[in-house]
Write a protein that binds this ligand. Sequence first.
Ligand code: IK2
Length: 415
Amino acid sequence: MRRFLGRRWMSTSTVGWWDNVGPAPKDPLLSITEAFLADNHPEKINLGVGAYRDDEGKPIVLQCVRDAEARIAGTEYLESLSRQGSLKLVMESVKLAYGENSGIVKEGKFAGVQAISGTGACRLFAELQRRFQPDSRIYLPVPTWSNHHNIWRDAQVPQRTFQYYNPASKGIHFAALMDDIKNAPNRSFFLLHPCAHNPTGIDPTDEQWREISYLFKVKNHFPFFDMAYQGFASGDLKKDAQAIHIFLDDGHLIGCAQSFAKTMGLYGQRVGCLSVLCVDKNQATAVKSQLQHIARAMYSNPPVHGALLVSTILGDPGLKSMWVKEVKVMSDRLMKMRNALRVNLENLGSALTWEHITNQVGMFWYSGLNPEQVDRLRNEFHIYMTHDGRISMAGVTTGNVDYLANAIHEVTKSG
Ligand code: IK2
């Protein structure tokens, strides 16, 4: 319809501002949960998203978190944190990654800021990389957490890959990995998972880390550690930071993203830390100010509550030792389920070998199931997982492990 508006005839039909917008591609992890929720089968199992569940299949709140909640109740001022976030959270986080007595921490030779969990820490770093190393690329392992690709893509940092997993051995492809590190141009940026690699559950041995670290020195590469699962690989927080210590001993200036989503069960609180080691305090001050500057335009300042929880737990010896024990309980349960699944499959008389279930560590089992087998598990047995055959061991319980083993045996019998 046309109407006379003021001095001119104008069309009054609605003009769509977003007619050119189609739906975004579905996130592979989130769409599994959607499909799982829509399924009414009583024995359905969600092995998709990597979020810890207890042996009843329920999300948990750690006791240390409950106690910290009680302590901070009513004490917090709901003022904004500065753009660096909670200083206490940053100090406690870096001590966890680099060690209580780390010289770097004591001498203040790091730029550290609170981040919006592990994702936000990676994103801040990717932005820093693009701004101050504009000709650089990021090398990501094959495979890696799928969101790493999105994060560096949106930060407009070109991506390359390096080999990590060997489908034949269902272990690390160490020779190929070393070749790719060697063949990358000097001063390249590499993303490394220091422990409980997602999705493969395979970590280099200490000896292999030493070789990687040495080669990084020779090539002058930058190691960026994304540590989302400290404590989940071995049940021991210090042991799981060993790769970082090996690099520190070799004098690397590393970057490190930390997340408290899994390790403290604070998924929704979005608490993390980004730290970047620098040659001296002046450089650290400058880098930190740039990170704050980047955060200012993205979200201004990070949220308070989760940071208070984490810093209260890490800053109190009693709560911290309670947390250390609770991490071990979670890690032990995952390992117990690995053992149970393997034993079940072997007892079913499967002709295949299943030792990779227990050789791999952390939250994920990279099963080697092919997409057709994954589809059969979903369609015939109501068992949900990513198409690459990654299984979140957190979804396996004493109650469903028999059903799962039977189903896996059924779909792998002929192949
Ligand atoms: N880095 C890695 C390696 C991660 O695995 C994650 C979390 N991924 O979890 C979902 C899944 O793979 O099922 C992160 C970073 C980001 O964690 P967050 O931002 O939740 O702290």
